[in-house]
Design a protein around this ligand. Structure first.
Ligand code: TMP
Length: 207
């Protein structure tokens, strides 16, 4: 684990669980405290990673092998970590990322049924051992969350997977939370205000 001055906060959870809204609110909160903030999302966040994102999420790429998919997520992540996240943290910034390696463990490892240990190995290689200071896991029924999201668009290649895929992902998140002490589960089936109050308490307890 590299020693950095910054703070790395990750938001994880089912598609449509409200991560983007809360990422912005957390950013505003730290800005008021005088911190420099950087936002990012996965897959994406650099020119190369955004190109990989298009490839992965394109609904036309029906023939994509699950291993190819897993390696592409890891490749996009490697670029983001080396080009952006590590330099930001070394410069003392607060980095807020929607999704990180935990998404690959549950979407590819459990949703796709690939071996979770293999997914962990390729991602250990990709991320140079960085560990977030905090991972907020948004706990919301996956069907409810997905319906909320699909009201506004037709969905990408992953969102359009069947509900049993999304349930495996949801159950997977609950399972991996037992193994990663940085993960804090939060009940996301509440008002934005209630949710943010809890998040504020958690982030104040880590710094
Ligand atoms: P987003 O809609 O949250 O930006 O994420 C795009 C989709 O990619 C979403 O359905 C979750 C999925 N995903 C994975 O399957 N594995 C990963 O490692 C990441 C980061 C996202």
């Amino acid at each position: 684990m590299i020693d950095t001055k910054g703070l790395f906060i990750v938001l994880e959870g089912p598609d449509g669980s409200g991560k983007s809204t809360m990422a912005n609110k957390i950013g505003e909160y730290y800005k008021l405290k005088g911190k420099e903030i950087e936002f990012t999302r996965e897959p994406g966040g650099t020119n190369i990673s955004e190109k990989i994102r298009e490839l992965i999420l394109d609904n036309n790429n029906v023939e994509m092998d699950y291993r190819t998919e897993a390696l592409l997520y890891a490749a996009a992540r490697a670029q983001l970590v080396s080009q952006k996240i590590i330099p930001w943290l070394e410069n003392g910034k607060v980095v807020i990322s929607e999704r990180f390696v935990y998404s690959s463990l549950v979407y590819q490892g459990l949703g796709r049924g690939l071996n979770i240990e293999d997914i962990k190995k390729i991602n250990d290689f990709a991320i140079c051992n960085i560990v977030p200071d905090l991972v907020l896991l948004f706990d919301i029924d996956p069907e409810k969350a997905l319906n909320r999201k699909l009201r506004f668009n037709n969905g990408d290649r992953l969102e359009n997977e069947n509900i049993s895929f999304h349930r495996r992902v949801y159950d997977g998140y609950k399972q991996i939370a037992n193994y990663y002490p940085e993960i804090k589960i939060i009940n996301a089936e509440r008002s934005i205000e209630e949710l943010f109050e809890e998040i504020k308490n958690i982030i104040n307890s880590i710094n």
